[in-house]
Design a protein around this ligand. Structure first.
Ligand code: E4P
Length: 218
């Protein structure tokens, strides 16, 4: 499974990329607002740090305007993926941009039927939001399982399942068990994946014993 960083924070992206932890980045208007920086300049900088897809979201509602915004975003760098919402206009824009060779990420997916339509429109990525479903007492991971089953039934579907709205490490582990293609994680979740108290205790004990041995690595 590929890992994307779900953030527009360039400092965080730089650090995670230096550890080889991320294969791409997803942003949305909220994440751009939180970064406090200009949209185009942020995406341009992120695209230089990360080789993989960097999702940049359109903000228009009509298909022709989404296509126009998408084309502008595609000029920023070769690895931009245009993010469009899961609406009829969004799917029209997805089809047009995909046919032109662009990577399109269809976002705000909350049902298997929506995911099927996005695949039909040529989406490179479908973004089902697991955390927001959990928030309204529906099991978000059930949606990932269902989309995996549906997509696996049809060899012609090449759309990648990009698990979004990830809230905790268990979402990530379950996404991998189900066979999702990508999981996009906020940086704090990526860090939490690393942590285990037995790792810390073990390291402390090894270092204490090394000190007692009086040796040095030279
Ligand atoms: C990613 O592409 C989504 O925009 C993001 O994961 C949404 O997460 P949230 O539900 O925590 O805002």
């Amino acid at each position: 499974m590929k890992f994307f960083a779900d953030t527009a924070d360039v400092k965080e992206i730089r650090e995670l990329a230096s550890a080889g932890l991320i294969d791409g980045v997803t942003t949305n208007p909220t994440l751009i607002m939180r970064s406090g920086r200009g949209f185009i300049e942020s995406i341009a900088e992120i695209c230089k740090i990360v080789d993989g897809p960097v999702s940049a979201e359109v903000t228009a509602l009509a298909a022709d305007e989404m296509i126009e915004q998408g084309r502008r975003l595609l000029q920023i760098a070769k690895n931009v993926a245009v993010k469009v919402p899961l609406t009829l206009d969004g799917l029209k824009a997805c089809r047009a941009l995909s046919q032109g060779g662009a990577m399109v990420n269809v976002t705000l997916c909350f049902s298997p039927a929506q995911a099927l339509l996005a695949a039909k429109a040529g989406a490179r990525f479908i973004s089902p939001f697991v955390g927001r479903l959990d928030d309204v007492s529906q099991v978000g991971m059930d949606l990932i399982r269902s989309i995996r089953t549906i997509y696996d039934n049809y060899s012609a579907i090449t759309t990648e399942i990009l698990v979004a709205s990830v809230r905790h490490p268990l979402h990530v582990v379950e996404a991998a068990e189900i066979g999702a293609d990508v999981c996009t994680c906020p940086p704090d979740i990526l860090r939490k994946l690393l942590q285990h108290p037995l790792t810390d205790i073990g390291l402390e004990a090894f270092l204490a014993d090394w000190k007692k041995s009086g040796q040095k690595i030279v």
